[in-house]
Design a binder for this molecule. Structure first.
Ligand SMILES: [Zn+2]
Length: 314
């Protein structure tokens, strides 16, 4: 009589379980190494894995460093291109105005003041006149047709701003970028209010292209990337030979150094260049307060700026 049930037990013939099969999965044949659990041939040891990780990290840092360098080179080229276009606008203005350079007076706050770029770049943390934010944020001001302005020749407000200039003011709790990064050599350009004539007896001022007497246009800078904490008005006040006589090596206006320790500028003959500052005392941290430095001690950079801004009248 056939039993109605069979006892559950081990059955060698079961297709689901074959005792002759290997008890462990076979090694992968894909070619990819696997980590050995117990020094089994074909896998990485821990030291090998660490070496591989270190090599990958070094390669990644090299690639990322190269990318960062390439990006900075692009930003420097954009800055130089801005200066080139502004310098061209500067010359076009002179062509249309009997060879007189654009305005480069002090504040440019009234129609009487001739100024190539109206507006004073301050921070809300400075002691500021009311309504200052208009000059700091309104790009239409740069395009103005005020006497002395090169805006109509420049054609675009964007070229007044260095790509590395991250300065801003806070308006209503929101960060708003400032619109201008460049300044113009105090000794070049017309003086409407007389402020620029203070040193006219000892330093050469150039108001027209034909007045580069004793100065080489290719060695005299016109527009310069300004320091974020020293932007203020549109006029760059270079160190002068007069202050050297007093043994003072300071910056009434700080030059920009935001291109990896270099500044950018245009020159009287129209060329532009990047200039690497040589002293650590020139590469000054950015603060959100406008200031100047009376004395940094003997400095090759202070002297270079003086020598490329004007010459002493004998
Ligand atoms: Zn720049």
């Amino acid at each position: 009589m056939t039993p109605l049930w069979k006892p559950l037990g081990f059955q060698r013939e079961s297709p689901l379980m074959n005792l002759d099969a290997p008890c462990c999965p076979r090694p992968l044949k894909s070619g990819w190494p696997v980590l050995a659990k117990s020094g089994r041939p074909g896998g990485f040891t821990l030291i090998e894995l660490l070496v591989v990780i270190a090599i990958v990290a070094i390669l990644a840092s090299l690639i990322l460093g190269g990318l960062a360098q390439a990006k900075e080179q692009t930003r420097t080229l954009r800055c130089l291109n801005n200066l080139k276009q502004l310098q061209l606008a500067w010359h076009l203005y002179a062509v249309d105005n009997e060879d007189f350079f654009p305005g480069n007076d002090h504040w440019g706050s009234t129609l009487k003041d001739l100024v190539w770029a109206p507006g004073t770049m301050l921070f809300e943390t400075d002691l500021i006149p009311s309504g200052f934010e208009q000059a700091v944020t309104n790009k239409m001001l740069l395009m103005s047709r005020l006497p002395g302005s090169i805006g109509p020749y420049a054609g675009s407000a964007e070229i007044y701003h260095c790509p590395n200039d991250k300065s801003y003011i806070i308006l209503g709790g929101v960060k708003v970028p400032r619109i201008r990064s460049y300044k113009a050599n105090q000794f070049v350009g017309s003086a409407g209010g007389g402020q620029a004539l203070n040193n006219v007896a000892t330093n050469r001022y150039v108001f027209k292209t034909t007045q580069f007497t004793g100065l080489s246009p290719s060695d005299t800078f016109i527009l310069i990337d300004g320091h974020e904490s020293s932007m203020g008005d549109s006029q760059f006040q270079p160190p002068t030979f007069d202050q050297f006589a007093l043994n003072l090596f300071g910056f009434s206006t700080l030059p920009g150094a935001r291109h990896r320790g270099s500044g950018t500028m245009s020159f009287g003959d129209g060329h532009v260049e990047k200039h690497r500052w040589k002293e650590k005392s020139t590469i000054i941290p950015v603060t959100r307060i406008t200031y100047y430095i009376a004395d940094v001690g003997p400095s090759r950079d202070v002297r270079w700026l003086a020598e490329h801004a004007t010459c002493k009248i004998k």
